[in-house]
Design a protein. Structure first.
Length: 351
């Protein structure tokens, strides 16, 4: 097992960036970069022995500074949506940066995934120890009090580990200085036929959720928890993603509630229809967002490719969107004495 630090171009202001390439004993490779602590590539052995890159991404770091679809990104301070770009916490009102109508999406403007993180450091403010070890790459960032409108300093660390079992493990740690919202996720789009192979509509998806959270017209949960049984959101048994699409319903961008929050358990399984590659998602977080990327379009993808509508699916482990306004949902509030710690694993298999 090994990790290599490679040049990944420069930012628009000329700052050098790096690509960290993780490899395991079975030939799997993962590329991550210090721009947004983002996943750039995940190369998995296919049934014919070739390596298939199953993660959508860009060719160089400057493209990640303008990444409207959040390809490969670590999202924070609060993934998904906060209604009205404001919330109350411990008797105080905090105003955020609205970047989707009147709402905040993925933290608001000046998104974390457009920033340069400290690559392979322990994430402690003031410490800048370079390098990486074994099959692990570590990224750190310091978010000061008031960043995007959120309260309290936040010292953030994201650790990527590639195991010899073809598991990509992401561990998130965030130490707050004050009581604050923390809801971190990874926003990689997966296409198990290959990142530039067309749509994921014929992939098979299974989600271990009995309930989902309906939304209003602005994709904000309305507070209800609704059984998936008898609805297009029933993925308890594997089914082809497009199976329940109609002329009026043709995109998933919905939050599914997972039982057993706080312990690692199965959340979802995605299977490609051409390569024999499948992926299990395991997490200790209370929910997962499935987004089939209707409208995705970019002509400057890596390997000279381009991405189209439904070109990938994001499976974002998270707290429920807008939970801060719905006490019936588990709350993403963390304190200095109770910091944020979470793990999500993507486990790959080849038939």
């Amino acid at each position: 097992m090994s990790v290599y630090a490679l040049d990944f171009g420069t930012t628009r202001t000329g700052i050098p960036t790096h690509l960290y390439r993780l490899k395991n004993a079975r030939g799997m490779e993962v590329d991550v970069t210090d721009i947004g602590a983002s996943i750039v590539a995940v190369r998995v052995p296919a049934s014919d022995g070739s390596l298939v890159d199953v993660a959508l991404g860009f060719e160089e770091s400057a493209q990640y500074e303008n990444n409207p679809w959040a390809l490969g990104a670590v999202v924070g301070r609060c993934a998904n949506r906060i209604a009205g770009a404001t919330f109350q916490l411990e008797g105080r009102t905090y105003t955020l940066t609205a970047n989707e109508g009147n709402n905040t999406l993925h933290g608001g403007r000046d998104m974390w995934f457009q920033r340069l993180w400290e690559g392979a450091t322990i994430g402690k403010k003031g410490e800048r120890r370079k390098g990486a070890h074994a099959n692990t790459a570590i990224f750190g960032m310091f978010s000061p009090h008031g960043d995007q409108g959120f309260p309290g300093d936040l010292d953030v660390r994201v650790t990527y580990t590639l195991t010899d079992d073809n598991e990509l493990r992401i561990v998130y740690d965030a130490q707050p200085g004050l009581s604050t919202i923390v809801n971190l996720t990874n926003h990689t789009y997966w296409n198990l036929n290959g990142h530039n192979s067309g749509t994921i509509l014929d992939h098979t998806l299974q989600i271990s959720a009995e309930e989902y959270t309906p939304t209003d017209a602005q994709k904000i949960p309305d507070g209800r928890k609704v059984a998936v049984a008898g609805t297009p959101f029933d993925f308890r048994s594997p089914k082809v993603i497009r199976q329940d699409f109609t002329e009026r319903f043709c995109n998933y961008d919905h939050n599914f509630l997972l039982a057993g929050a706080g312990r690692m358990r199965h959340a979802a399984t995605l299977a490609g229809d051409k390569t024999g590659i499948s992926m299990d998602v395991l997490t200790d977080l209370p929910a997962i967002q499935a987004f089939t990327a209707q409208g995705l379009e970019t002509s400057n993808a890596k390997d000279g490719g381009s991405y189209q509508s439904y070109g990938g699916i994001a499976l974002e482990t998270q707290f429920t969107p807008d939970a801060i306004h719905h006490p019936e949902f588990q709350q993403p509030v963390f304190l200095p004495e109770s910091p944020f710690h979470s793990c999500t694993t993507y486990a790959f298999h080849t038939a």
